[in-house]
Design a binder for this molecule. Structure first.
Ligand code: KG4
Ligand code: ZN
Length: 397
């Protein structure tokens, strides 16, 4: 398979076509790097030394984190990454919300069928809006996992077919790394080390990024993800799917202090999250106070539930920041669209004196631009990272 030489000769911009089908959004995006001649690379800033909140952290950090961003050949200089963000020429996202709404959650079989029906049109639309044809694409990128296996396989097979036919490289991208990348796509100058809080429908996790493309997992949810907890409570109350945006809308007029939720903490005070206890507490309040869809106390209840989730997330972020002393904070994933969470995140960053970044709302939820952006960064640093057509999907990280 022909490789592209990015550092060391290629003058023209590189065009990537990215595909994302990990769950219930069918998305395709075309991105273009700036001309790379003479770009060199970005020097990675040194590790920060400032203290964050001044509190003593009692957090045992893992001896070694999970470093997902390795170079297969081990030869690529870690500091070489493109200094500028790529240009997003198109980013088409077709949501399947209407398909799944009657069931109050994603039905995997329906999701894959919907991807099959729409993927060709979505890719066609992404190319048309970008004003390019497949013959101009230099690199294909596709979400490899984690996600629904049937859904992932649709995107993967489609991307493989295109890469094979057009004899172009194909790179598999981790969906969670791509969510973090969404922050860099809009803010390429974020200083390292970066502490990332990823909050989506399927995952809630904290990562330390000491340098570009290095991801150390510091903590993750032991049960439900934060988005999942919002979705489940919305489903229970018959409010619709996805639950996060509905709850946000209804909670706007409510009092977040009306219901006394305790902020959940794991017993060993690690950086892991746990939301299932909160869900049980919410169900208890619903029963005891007769909370119903059109009831008088619904808004207060939802505001309190939304607020305790935001507090739990930011509390763990604070503990992690005390432990790893980052220079910057990033918040990403679908739940990062939530205004209350964004405000609590920004408040903490201000108190701690740290730079903080959250993607624009459309970049928080699943989209293919974040997949393409990460593919270009990986490819720029390490053309060997290009995978062949044996690429397989994975359901879990
Ligand atoms: O990242 P994402 O698009 O998909 C996954 O990778 O899971 O996140 C979807 C999640 C859903 O749980 C949804 O309810 C939540 O993000 N979400 C929100 C908001 N918008 C989407 N949660 C709270 N407030 C919102 N405005
Ligand atoms: Zn996602």
């Amino acid at each position: 398979m022909p490789g592209l030489v990015i550092y060391g000769g290629k003058v023209d911009p590189v065009l990537v076509l990215a595909i994302e089908t990990s769950c219930d959004e069918t998305s395709a995006s075309v991105l273009r790097t700036a001309a790379l001649a003479g770009l060199g690379g970005q020097e990675v800033p040194r590790k920060g030394t400032r203290t964050v909140s001044g509190e003593t952290a009692h957090v045992p950090l893992p001896d070694s984190g999970t470093d997902l961003g390795t170079c297969p050949s081990g030869t690529c200089p870690p500091s070489l990454v493109p200094a500028t963000a790529p240009e997003v020429l198109s980013n088409i996202v077709l949501s399947q919300d209407e398909v799944h709404a009657p069931y109050g959650g994603v039905v995997p079989e329906l999701a894959s069928r919907q991807h099959i029906k729409t993927i060709a049109a979505i890719v066609g639309e992404a190319l048309a809006r970008a004003g390019v044809g497949l013959e101009s694409v230099d690199l294909y990128a596709v979400t490899q996992g984690p996600g629904l296996i049937g859904s992932l396989l649709i995107g993967l097979s489609f991307a493989k077919g295109l890469a094979y036919y057009h004899k172009k490289p194909l790179t598999g991208i981790d969906h969670l790394e791509a969510h973090l990348e969404a922050c860099f796509l809009e803010n390429p100058g974020i200083e390292y080390p970066v502490l990332g809080l990823l909050v989506s429908g399927g995952h809630t996790a904290l990562y330390l990024m000491e340098e570009p493309l290095s991801y150390k997992l510091l903590g993750r949810t032991r049960d439900d993800a934060a988005g999942e907890a919002l979705d489940k409570i919305a489903k229970f109350l018959g409010l619709g799917y996805p639950g996060g945006p509905v709850i946000e809308k209804l909670a706007r007029g409510g009092d977040p202090k009306a219901f006394p939720f305790a902020v959940p903490r794991t017993k060993d005070r690690s950086l892991d999250f746990s939301f299932s206890g909160l869900k049980t507490a919410a169900l208890k309040h619903i029963r005891e106070h007769g909370i119903v869809k059109d009831g008088a106390r619904l808004f207060d209840f939802l505001a309190s539930f939304e607020d305790v989730i935001a507090r739990a997330l930011v509390d763990n972020l604070r503990l992690a920041a005390d432990a790893v002393l980052p220079r910057s904070l990033v918040l990403c994933g679908g739940v990062a669209r939530n205004t209350r969470l964004r405000m609590r995140f920004q408040d903490f960053a201000r108190q701690a004196g740290l730079d903080a970044y959250v993607p624009s709302p459309k970049m928080c939820t699943d989209n293919a631009a974040m997949i393409g952006a990460l593919a270009l960064k990986k490819f720029a640093r390490c053309p060997d990272a290009v995978t062949d057509l044996d690429l397989d999907a994975y359901a879990r990280s």
